[in-house]
Design a protein around this ligand. Structure first.
Ligand SMILES: Cc1cc2nc3c(=O)[nH]c(=O)nc-3n(C[C@H](O)[C@H](O)[C@H](O)COP(=O)(O)O)c2cc1C
Length: 198
């Protein structure tokens, strides 16, 4: 069977983002298990804040980059910060726009590009809960609205500002094991679905 292809997305693209660091460890863990990983910088899509008046002029062309990246993957890994208990506007706005992309030119709609795709969830925060509240909303958002299949394993990294060493590794082996559990769980479901699809 071909390698499982994973799309990695971060809800924060700021330089020095803890979530990007955690995502990088998730990617590393996936690659070490034979997966191929593509990252898409959601900020590079430069999407305006969703506005139905903008939509009347057409869904921004860059939304198709997200749709196409989803169509090209078997699974998705998301790391998102928590902003006031919720996933970030960058993540939500990108997916809200995606949900408005119709089927066109022989390609599926934005919603069809997410449906049935397994997703692994990570979060990191300098706070005590590591963004756990946002993870649970993200889980609900991607499954309820986008028909994605969140795997049971997830990991919220608390005190992220103290968690990494100078090489970018997690100092605590148990936390590293939790990242790997998300990667393993995601690959297991993705491989099973890929095999079932033939
Ligand atoms: C608007 C805003 C709201 C925030 N709310 C929370 C929160 O509810 N819980 C939390 O743990 N951290 C919260 N934070 C702190 C973020 O976790 C912190 O800025 C983190 O570094 C963002 O992730 P990043 O490093 O990947 O960019 C908030 C930050 C901002 C800017």
């Amino acid at each position: 069977m071909d390698a499982v292809r994973v799309l990695a997305l971060s809800g924060s693209e700021r330089s020095g983002s803890w979530n990007k660091r955690l995502l990088a460890l998730g990617e590393q863990s996936l690659r070490s298990r034979g997966a191929s990983v593509e990252t898409l910088d959601l900020r590079s899509l430069a999407l305006p804040l969703f506005d139905a008046d903008i939509e009347k002029q057409g869904v921004p062309a860059a939304v198709r980059r997200l749709r196409d990246a989803l169509l090209a993957c078997d699974a998705v890994l998301i790391a998102t910060p928590e902003y006031n208990g919720f996933p970030t506007p960058l993540l939500i706005n990108s997916f809200d726009w995606l949900s408005r992309l119709p089927a066109e030119d022989g390609l599926p709609s934005g919603l069809a590009s997410t449906a049935g795709r397994p997703v692994g969830l990570l979060s990191a925060s300098p706070g005590q809960l590591g963004g756990l509240r946002a993870l649970n909303f993200t889980r609900q958002y991607v499954s309820m609205a986008f028909a994605m299949l969140p795997v049971p394993q997830q990991f919220a990294l608390p005190k992220a500002n103290e968690a990494f060493d100078e090489t970018g590794a997690l100092k605590d082996g148990r936390q590293q094991a939790s990242v790997e559990a998300v990667a393993t769980g995601l690959l297991k479901v993705a491989a099973a679905l890929k095999a079932a699809a033939g």
